[in-house]
Design a protein around this ligand. Sequence first.
Ligand SMILES: Cc1cc2nc3c(=O)[nH]c(=O)nc-3n(C[C@H](O)[C@H](O)[C@H](O)COP(=O)(O)OP(=O)(O)OC[C@H]3O[C@@H](n4cnc5c(N)ncnc54)[C@H](O)[C@@H]3O)c2cc1C
Length: 443
Amino acid sequence: MSNQTHQLEASLKIKFLIIGGGISGLACAYTLSASGHEAVIVEECRIEEKTEGSIRSPPNMTRILTRWPGMDAFLDTHATRCTGLSFRRGDTGAPVGAMKFHDEIMDELEAEFLVVQHEDLRRQLYLLCLDAGVVFIHGKAENIAKEEDGVSVTLKDGRNLHGDLIVGADGHNSFTRPFVMSESAEVEHVVSAANISIPTEIFEKDDEFRSLCRPNQFTIWMGSGSSLTGTFDPQCKTFNLSICSPTPLDSADSDMYDNYDLSALQPFDLSGYDPRLQRLIKSGGSCRPTVHKVFKQDDVVGFDGSLVLVGDAAHSILINGSHNSSMAIEDAVTLGTLFSHLSDRKQIPVFTETYEELRQSRTDETRISEYQSLVQISLPHGELQQLRDDSLLLTLDAAFDDFENCESSDLLVQAWEQYLVVFSYDASEAVDNWWSKWSFTVE
Ligand SMILES: Cc1cc2nc3c(=O)[nH]c(=O)nc-3n(C[C@H](O)[C@H](O)[C@H](O)COP(=O)(O)OP(=O)(O)OC[C@H]3O[C@@H](n4cnc5c(N)ncnc54)[C@H](O)[C@@H]3O)c2cc1C
């Protein structure tokens, strides 16, 4: 695996206007600045604003982050290292299955599966951008246009910004997406979810809560029609629990900055969950509901190659899943690494097209597998749920803990093979491979 920490600097430097300063916008601004370009972020909210909720950083994301200045130390102090997945029944809390993140495998992957508070990661990326010279503009982008000599972004207050390329990083309710994707980008599913923030200190006082899960395990309580997930870390101030339903409910869609009171959870049927979990949820201070349209992957490049979508604006990987932020970080690395080779304006559409080509199949597969996983862990009580639990139960057998001595037909080995494909992907290596094969066509 590549250990690259610094990208090349492009010999031709251009100006990127990035709409949105979430994880994807910040990560793009950093990688593009590191490649020598000018990056301007337009963000309508205050980046330093306190938010609640946590982000999963699977190995394919952690590996990238640790190559960026100061990130290793930041993750050491701010992230929770997950020791594995724990599958539990939603109605009783009883363990049904487990998947340990074996040291041998994680060593090979050269990166951990981490959980980090959204606001902490965002602040750290913001500091990284400031150090790299990224310019921040506070305002709401309302229109974008392709012009003869570049692109422009118009803000709500009338300001007009001019640049060479626009990066649409404006999240799941993106206004830049319709400039690229046809109106008909087919919505496959609608997922209702909510994040509930619970003060960790209440675990200290309550044995029943402590009996619900083991510290540092990524725990999945599989309910009937929905599921709950969370990683309890006694060192963290808050325990973030997410509830997700793979089918639409009549729930609210927050803009991610607003906290709602717990009555916003009403559309989620919690009555079938273990009473300890119900009590735990009730002790949460607030929640943040989202409605997420899972759409079929479509084009992510428009304006003849001068508008590129990244992160949730580009693809509909489940929010509160394992890969929403990892795909955003991979998008950023792909874009930044490609543009580190820029030496002629003619290459711009080639690089944006290559970005689309490299990202499309990866995000498409991830979207499908993330949604399928949600369906699996939320199966309504019945025959399929019983079959799922029976096969998961095999992983609780002591023999399954011994990964090295498993038969290759074992469920655990098969599951690991799937995870490894996703976890071992290296976005900058993918660009390096492309460049070594095709650079002669654009140089
Ligand atoms: C405040 C916040 C908290 C979150 N918390 C969690 C969490 O706890 N767990 C989780 O799994 N995911 C969370 N997410 C979502 C997660 O960050 C994303 O799914 C993923 O990281 C991809 O990020 P993104 O940058 O593409 O989109 P987002 O994170 O949604 O960022 C988009 C940004 O664009 C800005 N924006 C949108 N429209 C405009 C406009 N017209 N002009 C200017 N700016 C605009 C938004 O204010 C936002 O900051 C959160 C997102 C936000 C914004």
